[in-house]
Design a protein around this ligand. Structure first.
Ligand SMILES: NC(=O)c1ccc[n+]([C@@H]2O[C@H](COP(=O)([O-])OP(=O)(O)OC[C@H]3O[C@@H](n4cnc5c(N)ncnc54)[C@H](O)[C@@H]3O)[C@@H](O)[C@H]2O)c1
Length: 274
């Protein structure tokens, strides 16, 4: 069977770990040309090397998706290396910065909107001239080439989650962006969809301790989920367990592949039935 992403130029953010890395490796096996990015150089280089070993053409760029100019540099990396066409964008980079509403700072609130909403918007906007130009030419020539945008959301965004007002607001924003872009770019044969994950086992959802922190702009941000919550989650999941990054990535692959050519403006919950 032909590889599902053969020669398709695919951009993935947050590809150094977890769901983003699993997506990059799955895409590599399906013949994609990969443009990867992450905040952290070392895991990103490692992910890129693993994807290369699977036979993929891979380039990568380290950087903060929320930094000014990042979106343009990311798209330029793709165009400089693989030419002026972009087929798939996976907006996956993200993290949590939990707190109850009455104790949440403006910085905490705004950081979530920036990483989950502003960054995907800017990346799509930076890619727009290439995607739109190519799509218009193909339409005029009577060709059909589907392109794909996949935005990563969460059931915190679809259903809310105590302690995550900033994150759930941002992840709900992702859905508004997804549905609107599906309507704007549908006529250009772009499928735009979101995946809302439940509990996928990654760095983000490990058991919370004093050591589970990430460094951002020199600041230590606590991540992870309290043990008692993880126990409750397990009971709420009909399949009785969290998902693996690979199981998460398979749904992203579906949305990136021709299997989903008539699916757009949707949010798929990937939760083990939760
Ligand atoms: N794990 C889950 O259960 C779960 C559930 C719902 C949604 N999600 C979402 O899935 C996505 C991936 O998370 P994960 O669970 O794989 O976590 P992860 O921490 O394993 O991987 C996320 C990657 O994104 C990168 N990243 C974070 N902020 C960045 C930034 N500002 N710029 C560039 N890179 C950045 C990190 O360095 C990391 O390598 C996130 O958007 C997250 O909110 C995860």
């Amino acid at each position: 069977m032909e590889k599902m992403l053969k020669d398709r130029v695919c951009l993935i953010t947050g590809a150094g770990r977890g769901i983003g890395k699993a997506t990059a490796l799955l895409f590599a096996k399906e013949g994609a040309k990969l443009v990867l990015s992450d905040l952290d150089e070392e895991p990103l280089t490692q992910a890129a090397n693993e994807a290369k070993q699977l036979g993929a053409d891979v380039v990568y760029i380290t950087g903060d998706v929320t930094a000014d100019g990042f979106a343009e540099a990311f798209v330029k990396k793709a165009v400089d290396n693989f030419g002026p066409d972009i087929h798939v964008i996976v907006n996956n980079a993200g993290y949590t910065w939990d707190g109850v509403v009455h104790k949440m700072t403006d910085e905490q609130w705004e950081a979530m909107l920036k990483v989950h909403c502003t960054a995907p918007f800017r990346i799509v906007r930076a890619a727009a001239p290439y995607i739109r130009e190519n799509a218009k030419k193909e339409k005029a020539a009577g060709q059909v080439v589907m392109r794909k945008i996949i935005n990563v959301s969460s059931i915190a965004g679809t259903d809310g989650n105590a302690g995550q007002a900033n994150y759930s607001t941002a992840k709900a924003g992702v859905l508004g962006f997804t549905k609107t872009l599906a309507k704007e770019w549908g006529p250009l044969n772009v499928n735009v969809n979101a995946v809302a994950f439940g509990w996928i086992e990654t760095r983000l959802t490990q058991e919370k301790t004093d050591e589970t922190v990430i460094e951002k702009n020199g600041k230590k941000i606590p991540i992870g989920v309290p043990k008692e919550f993880l126990n409750i989650f397990r009971h709420m999941i009909p399949l009785g367990r969290p998902g693996s990054p690979d199981e998460a990535a398979r749904v992203i692959l579906f949305l990136a592949s021709p299997l989903s050519d008539y699916v757009s403006g949707q949010v798929i919950k990937v939760t083990g039935g939760w």
